[in-house]
Design a protein around this ligand. Structure first.
Ligand code: HEC
Length: 181
């Protein structure tokens, strides 16, 4: 019994000392360790499975919805996720967990409920913000609908999406050369 208590105590002291002495990395420019990746990924998937089930898009499936979603994307998301060119942005690339370039690696295959949940609540341990208190319910479904249909937009919406490249993501925000390392 005493052995167990001493072992636990030593483990707690070592962990505490590790944090206090700077042995637990606080930098954002390396690949996260196995434990951190497992924890973040597993808990996200389990949370999504429990909380996003049954969330269905209440908006009419039309071009107006998509155009509204594109505008919201340009104003709130392109800074990190980039535009139709699929090029990373300086900030999006620099995050610990890069922000995916949605113009290239989109989420069309994900259920809309999952994307809506991520936009509403954000993703813990990453730079993905929660928009539940800054965008209305309708706005979050609009941007979700756009992401869902990004690879098969009607011509008017496709034009608006391409134009966004020029207007909403100033060239200075896009990575100008391949990352240095
Ligand atoms: C400050 C930067 C930032 C902003 C602004 C931002 N995101 Fe994100 N987003 C991220 C990061 C970083 C991730 C990656 C999280 C991870 O690895 O789990 C992410 C992940 C996502 C994902 C999941 C992608 C996938 O492949 O599973 C979706 C969907 C998403 N964001 C949508 C949005 C939308 C929509 C907006 C705007 C309303 C937005 N994001 C704004 C940083 C951002």
């Amino acid at each position: 019994m005493l052995g167990i208590i001493v072992t636990i105590l030593v483990a707690v002291i070592v962990a505490y000392a590790g944090v206090e002495l700077g042995f637990v990395p606080a930098n954002a420019d390396v690949r996260p360790g196995f434990l951190e990746r497992w924890l973040a990924r597993t808990s996200l998937q389990a949370t999504l499975a429990r909380q996003s089930r049954g969330l269905t898009d209440p908006l009419p499936d039309n071009t107006q919805t998509l155009l509204a979603g594109i505008k919201i994307y340009g104003e709130n998301c392109a800074f990190c996720h980039g535009d139709a060119s699929g090029r990373p942005t300086v900030a999006g690339f620099g995050f610990y967990q890069h922000a995916p370039t949605l113009g290239r690696h989109g989420v069309e295959d994900d259920p809309e409920g999952e994307t809506y949940w991520k936009v509403t609540h954000g993703i813990r341990l990453t730079a993905m913000p929660s928009f539940g208190r800054t965008l209305s319910d309708t706005e979050r479904w609009q941007v979700t609908a756009f992401l869902k249909h990004m690879d098969a937009l009607p011509p008017v919406a496709q034009r608006a999406w391409k134009q966004l490249s020029v207007r909403s993501v100033p060239a200075s925000l896009l990575l100008k050369r391949p990352p240095l390392r």
